[in-house]
Write a protein that binds this ligand. Structure first.
Ligand code: FES
Length: 268
């Protein structure tokens, strides 16, 4: 189900430099799944395209979704001005989301880098078994969150601690391991059977290589490559090894066919 609808702002706050935490009331919440996203429309009519923003947390009982986003341009700068009681136009629910069933009963690591951190929160929550309004009953044997940040602004880390063991990497070494999420995995001897990840392309490439090396499955969200999020701009094309009878390399739109892919199927 995909629908353009008004959503009411319940709250908005600044979480870290340039990063905002927004709760919206919408009936779409009950259909939302971790790793999916919504398109948010700026009111400025110079652009008709929505901005894709991943869903950070879902409260199905309250019919609410939480969006944690970075201000990167005029559209997102406008979103940051919204106050409780205001209405925003959103399109959702979009994207496929993480295949949580692949981690049921297994040791799972959720990995996020930068603005790729937020979608892993609902993922960790549902896998932890501590989410009582989930549609699926998918509990992992263990959940470890390995999160990468630039500096000591480790936004959402307190939320992750509720649902997972938390390991932090920072670029400047101010908190946790100095380096990236893979450096933190190695330094802390974190082992797992499945990885769910979202973050910048170099990080996802490193995770794919790590998963190959360790012979574990990785499902990665290429969300950062998206622009319009609705199949209109073609800015998100990537190459996949399509599972058809010719095994051709195919061009895939991340926003409509993903944003989550099996790392084995992506060429990048
Ligand atoms: Fe625009 Fe996919 S993000 S077509």
């Amino acid at each position: 189900r995909k629908e353009k609808t008004e959503a009411k702002v319940l709250s908005q706050s600044l979480l870290a430099e340039g990063i905002y935490d927004l709760w919206l009331e919408t009936d779409l919440a009950k259909d939302a799944h971790p790793g999916q996203f919504v398109g948010v429309y700026p009111t400025n009519k110079s652009t008709l395209l929505p901005r894709p923003i991943s869903i950070c947390e879902i409260d199905r009982d309250r019919s609410a979704i939480r969006l944690v986003y970075r201000v990167v341009g005029s559209g997102t700068a406008e979103f940051a001005l919204y106050q409780p009681g205001d209405y925003m136009m959103i399109l959702g629910i979009l994207g496929n989301g993480f295949p949580l069933d692949k981690a049921a009963g297994k040791r799972v690591v959720v990995m996020g880098g930068g603005i790729g951190v937020p979608p892993l929160l609902q993922t960790a929550k549902e896998l932890s078994g501590k989410c009582d309004d989930t549609a699926e009953n998918v509990t992992a044997a263990s959940v470890t969150a390995v999160m990468g940040y630039r500096n000591q602004e480790t936004f959402l880390s307190e939320d992750f601690e509720k649902y997972s063991d938390l390991v932090i990497a920072t670029e400047d070494g101010s908190v946790g391991t100095k380096g990236n999420v893979i450096d933190a995995m190695r330094e802390q001897n974190v082992t797992c059977d499945v990885i769910f990840a979202c973050g910048p392309m170099p990080m996802l490439r490193a995770i794919k290589a790590y998963a190959d090396e360790k012979k574990i499955k990785a499902y990665i969200s290429l969300e950062e490559r998206m622009a319009c999020g609705v199949g209109a701009c073609l800015g998100c094309i990537c190459k996949t090894k399509e599972i058809d009878h010719h095994s051709y390399v195919h061009n895939t739109r991340i926003c409509t066919d993903g944003p989550v892919f099996d790392a084995d199927d992506i060429e990048f």
